[in-house]
Design a protein. Structure first.
Length: 317
C-alpha cells in the first residue's frame, strides 16, 4: 500500500507535497484485491425513496462463477470456482449464480454441489463433464428449490468412454425433498448432449420436478429417470415433463423417460421424440422386492414421436 499526501490551498484546490511534508488530506492507494475502496464509496439509486448504500454492497448483490476464478477455457478445472460461487450465494440467503458465456466451455472434473435455494443461470454458456464415476457418479448434486436454466451441458460420454457402466452415471442428481411444500426442481431452456448415463435423476422422495423446454441429444441410459431405492422416503410426486425435444441415434434403445418403483403424479405432454430404435416412456414398478408399488395420476398426452415403442406400462396403476 502506498500513501500520497495532499495539501489544501486557498480556493479549495489541492496541491501535491513531498511525502515528508505535513498534510491535512491523505489519499491511500489500495493494492489489487483489497475491498476497502468500494466500501468507502457511496451509491444512491435514482428515484424517490431510494436508499443509500455503498458500491461494495451494491456490487455484491450479484456474483458469477467468474468472481471466484472460473475461466471457461476448456482447460482449467472450473469445479472449485463453481462450488465457491454457489456456497457464497447460499450463505447470503440464496439466489442466482450466473455462468456467463465463455471463449470455450467450462470444464468440471468433480461434483458441483448446488445448495438449497440456489439457481444456476447459464444462458449462452457450455459446461462439459470430464470426470468418470471413480471421482463422482454425478456432475451436479441438487439439494432442492433449484432452477437450472439456459445451460448447454455436454456429458462427454465419448470422452469418458465407460459405456458398460452407464447405469452408474448421473448428470443432475436431485435429492429427496418430501416434507417441504416449497421445495422443487426446475430445468428449463437447456440443451443436454452425450450423457454417459441418465441426464436428470430424481431420487425417491422428490416432489415438484419440472422439466420444460429443453433439448436432449443422445444418452446411454435415460433423459429423465424418476425413482430409486430409498422406498422409506416415499414415492416421487408431481413430475411434469412438457415441451421438450428428445433425440437419439440409432444405437439408443433405452427409454427417454422412465419411472420406476412407484410415483404419484406424472404429466408427459407436448414433447417431441425421435428415437428410431428406442422407447419414449416406460412406467413400471421395478424391483421384485417392491412389487405392486403403484403409479398413480399418470397422464401422457399430446406428444409426437418416431420410435419403436411409445409407452410401456408394467405393474399396478
Amino acid at each position: 500500500m502506498s500513501t500520497l499526501k495532499l495539501k489544501t490551498v486557498s480556493g479549495g484546490s489541492v496541491s501535491l507535497t513531498p511525502a515528508d511534508t505535513a498534510s491535512d488530506l491523505t489519499y491511500t492507494v489500495l493494492p489489487d484485491g483489497d475491498s476497502g475502496g468500494s466500501a468507502l464509496v457511496g451509491y444512491l439509486p435514482a428515484g424517490t425513496g431510494a436508499v443509500a448504500t455503498t458500491v461494495q454492497t451494491k456490487l455484491r448483490e450479484s456474483v458469477s462463477v467468474l468472481d471466484f476464478g472460473a475461466v471457461g477455457d476448456g482447460v482449467t478445472d472450473d469445479t472449485p470456482a463453481f462450488n465457491a460461487a454457489i456456497l457464497a450465494v447460499f450463505n447470503a440467503g440464496g439466489g442466482n449464480v450466473p455462468i456467463p458465456p465463455s471463449v470455450s466451455h467450462y470444464k468440471i472434473n468433480g461434483c458441483v454441489y448446488v445448495k438449497k435455494g440456489v439457481n444456476i443461470l447459464a444462458y449462452g454458456a457450455t459446461v462439459k463433464r470430464y470426470h468418470a464415476k471413480e471421482i463422482a457418479n454425478q456432475a451436479f448434486q441438487l439439494d432442492g428449490n433449484n432452477i437450472i436454466a439456459g445451460m448447454t451441458y455436454d456429458g462427454n460420454a465419448t470422452g469418458i468412454a465407460d459405456p458398460s457402466n452407464f447405469v452408474l452415471y448421473h448428470d443432475f442428481n436431485c435429492g429427496a425433498t418430501l416434507g417441504g411444500a416449497d421445495e422443487f426442481f426446475k430445468f428449463e431452456s437447456c440443451t443436454f448432449i452425450d450423457s454417459p448415463g441418465s441426464v436428470i435423476l430424481p431420487s425417491s422422495g422428490v416432489r415438484d420436478l419440472m422439466v420444460t423446454g429443453n433439448k436432449f441429444y443422445d444418452y446411454l441410459d435415460h433423459c429423465v429417470y424418476v425413482g430409486g431405492y430409498s422406498y422409506s422416503i416415499g414415492d416421487p410426486q408431481n413430475v411434469t415433463i412438457t415441451g421438450n425435444t428428445f433425440r437419439g441415434n440409432a444405437s439408443i434403445t433405452r427409454e427417454a423417460i422412465k419411472s420406476r418403483n412407484g410415483l404419484d403424479g406424472l404429466l408427459v405432454s407436448g414433447n417431441s421424440f425421435f428415437l428410431p430404435a428406442g422407447r419414449c416412456v416406460t412406467v413400471d414398478t421395478g424391483d421384485v422386492s417392491e412389487a405392486n408399488r403403484k403409479a398413480t395420476r399418470v397422464d401422457v398426452v399430446g406428444n409426437n414421436a418416431i420410435c419403436q415403442t411409445f409407452v410401456q406400462n408394467t405393474g399396478s396403476f
